[in-house]
Design a binder for this molecule. Structure first.
Ligand code: PBG
Length: 324
């Protein structure tokens, strides 16, 4: 006879059947949308390096967040673009800093959305590094103390979750203790637990004006070749008090997402970073591929690998498509 017994195509025969046997579900609930806050008034200014992203001033950001929430997206991740930089990143923990002001505005207008804040120094230091420099080196423990101050200032302004992205050792513990001691035991920590020294951060660094003025970030961010080390990083962050652990970037590290999901029970987030986003945008602009189809394929791959949460510049577009 020789007819195939196992006709896999039976389960692909119609859209209804395909929906029925779909193994991975993606919805707006899974997304976090990143936003950039710039000091000033009435600002909504396109970000050149990040197509369809904008800088907002603290007074104009809440209207945008309202729209994001209305698409079903439950959280935003805030990055600051300060007017002044110095050696100690003093704007990063200032009570009336741009991010701190934005948090208050958002809390007032869209209290339902979860406000997550990036905690790092690189956009606030003149040298563009994620830490405090002493004798030409990043001083780990001095940096941790500053990061705890930043996290506390965000908590005081009303942040729900703080997200340290610096990759200093022990910073989650410093932040957790600082939050506890100052009466913010309920503020969550989403740590950038396994963050790689990646070439895919380029568009973001342009947007945040946070490129290192000298050297690179390889003495604190992870080496692409390593995966066991990523699991150790994640384990340590959980021990130190992280509630959500993040892997970043997403696409070159799907194996890390997969292993982290198998090994740990806390929520796993993945950051679909700026370079991954712009790669698709530029390819689509050049007629090389279909933007929406590529976007959904990538987002499904990150979810399928094991991410519970996806941080993406595509979040709004994807949420709109998924609601249809
Ligand atoms: C800051 C930070 C970076 C990103 C998020 N937080 C850049 C970096 O580490 O140089 C990158 C995000 C993206 O590329 O979308 N530490």
């Amino acid at each position: 006879m020789g007819y195939p017994q196992n006709r896999m195509r039976r389960l692909r025969s119609s859209q209804a059947v395909r929906r029925l046997v779909s193994e991975t579900s993606l919805c707006a609930d899974n997304f976090i949308y990143p936003l950039f806050v710039k000091s000033g008034k009435g600002i909504k200014e396109p970000i050149k390096s990040l197509t369809d992203s904008y800088y907002f001033s603290p007074d104009s950001i809440a209207a945008e967040v309202e729209q994001i929430y209305s698409l079903g997206i439950p959280a935003v991740l805030l990055f600051g673009h300060p007017s002044q930089k110095d050696d100690i990143a003093s704007q990063s923990w200032s009570e009336d800093g741009t991010v701190q002001q934005a948090i208050k505005q958002i809390k007032q207008r869209v209290p339902q959305i979860a406000i997550i804040t990036d905690v790092c120094l690189c956009a606030y230091t003149k040298n563009g590094h994620c830490g405090i420099i002493k004798d030409g080196k990043i001083d780990n423990d001095a940096t941790c103390q500053s990061l705890a101050k930043v996290a506390l200032s965000h908590a005081q302004a009303g942040a729900d979750i703080v997200a340290p992205s610096d990759m200093m050792d022990g910073r989650v513990k410093f932040i957790r203790e600082c939050l506890e001691e100052n009466g913010f035991p309920d503020v969550g920590i989403m740590s950038y637990a396994a963050k790689y020294a990646s070439s895919f951060y380029g568009p973001f660094r342009d947007a945040a004006d946070s490129s290192p003025a000298f050297g690179d970030r390889k003495s604190y961010q992870m080496d692409t070749a390593n995966v066991r080390q990523a699991l150790r990083e994640i384990e340590l962050d959980i021990e130190e008090g992280a509630d959500i652990v993040m892997i970043k970037p997403a696409l070159s590290f799907l194996d890390v997402i997969c292993k982290a999901k198998e090994k740990f029970s806390c929520p796993v987030a993945a950051y679909n970073v700026s370079g991954e986003y712009m790669m698709i945008i530029k390819a689509a602009e050049n007629g090389v591929l279909d933007k929406n189809a590529a976007m959904m394929e990538v987002l499904y791959s990150i979810k399928r690998a094991g991410a519970d949460i996806i941080i993406s510049y595509f979040a709004k577009e994807a949420a709109k498509l998924l609601s249809k």
